[in-house]
Design a protein around this ligand. Structure first.
Ligand code: HMG
Ligand code: MG
Length: 296
């Protein structure tokens, strides 16, 4: 497995959005700087969402402005036109809209049906395209929903296809509650790749049941080449009760390097970055690789 794999580091957004301890704008900028210093190049740095829904992401405009002069590709979440305007004003060059394959999560997370969310995204995507801003599309709950239970793979394919047809340049498949297993991941990727090219599908797996690395390996074997992960394995979504963090970037890097896939990431520097945020949060990051390296 010698092809290149692109890592989308989501720690400063997904990793921090569910934490009770507020992390200042300065600390978030410092975290992003240290992730860049460790060799990560694509980083989701914030979210232009309602501060009532996710107070942790307040200050995302300042965070984005604080890192924009640095070399890297910075993503921010945008749920609607209000968020789009704020993201554009802060100089965003890549935004991510986020839909769900299940109705229950859509309602809890963004307070509307799946179909209505797509209607909200249409003007956002059109305006972004006119402004030369790239749009990524998320589909949440691709392997299970905390409210609706099992999710029909066809529902995932439908939402992924819609986002792709609307002009998203990449579609990220979110196992929001980390319930997937490799067989289901393979089947889902194959089904989605009928409509969205495999190289434009990202794997965004939370590690709640400890399956994320196995799922990623299965996805890599299927030909998927984009992985979303969070430094230290931080993360979760307040609207996905019980779900734990994203797969840890350290664990992904260790796996990829072992497969002969160069990542350009310095693991020691990455662990230092994760531990620094862990210290602010008052706990060690859950990553196994980070723990092993820290114990040396
Ligand atoms: P709503 O209440 O239906 O929206 O929320 P509304 O349009 O009726 O507005 C209500 C209030 O929010 C108003 O303020 C608006 O101005 C304000 P008020 O008049 O009450 O003072 N508002 C905003 N403020 C700032 N930025 C905005 C914005 N929009 C409205 N963009 C809404 C709908 C979508 C806004 C809300 O539900 C929301 O912000 N949800 C975001 C939830 C979220 O961020 N979840 C976590 C990210 S998704 C995730 O983690 C999954 C992912 O990782 C993939 C995976 O793991 O599966 C991506
Ligand atoms: Mg997520």
């Amino acid at each position: 497995m010698s092809d290149q794999v692109r890592i989308v580091e989501v720690g400063p957004r997904d990793g921090l959005q569910n934490e009770n301890t507020p992390i200042s704008v300065e600390a978030r900028v410092g975290f992003i700087e240290s992730l860049l210093g460790a060799g990560l190049t694509t980083i989701e740095v914030g979210a232009f969402v309602s501060p009532k829904a996710i107070p942790q992401m307040q200050g995302s405009a300042e965070v984005l402005r604080g890192v924009q002069h640095l070399a890297g590709e910075f993503h921010v979440l945008v749920p609607n036109e209000k968020g789009y305007e704020a993201a554009r004003a802060a100089g965003a060059k890549v935004i991510a809209v986020f839909a769900s394959a299940s109705e229950g999560f859509s309602r809890a997370n963004i307070n509307c049906s799946v179909a209505d969310s797509i209607e909200r995204f249409k003007p956002v995507i059109e305006r972004a395209q006119a402004d030369g801003i790239k749009v990524r599309g998320y589909v949440s709950c691709v392997l299970g929903c905390p409210y609706d239970g099992a999710v029909d793979p066809q529902a995932v394919v439908d939402v992924a296809t819609t986002l792709w047809d609307l002009g998203c340049t990449e579609v990220s498949l979110g196992d929001t509650i980390g319930v997937g297993t490799p067989k289901k991941v393979r089947e889902l990727l194959r089904a989605c790749a009928e409509a969205v090219p495999m190289q434009s599908l990202a794997m965004h797996f939370h590690d709640t049941y400890g399956q994320a690395l196995a799922n990623l390996y299965a996805g890599l074997e299927e030909g998927a080449r984009v992985i979303d992960s969070a430094a230290g394995g931080l993360g979760g979504c307040p609207y996905a009760p019980g779900a734990t963090g994203n797969v840890a970037t350290e664990d992904v890097v260790y796996l990829l390097e072992g497969l002969g896939v160069a990542t350009g990431v310095d693991l020691d520097k990455l662990v230092t970055a994760s531990n620094a945020v862990g210290a602010l949060l008052g706990r060690a990051p859950p990553s196994r690789v980070a723990a092993a390296i820290s114990a040396k």
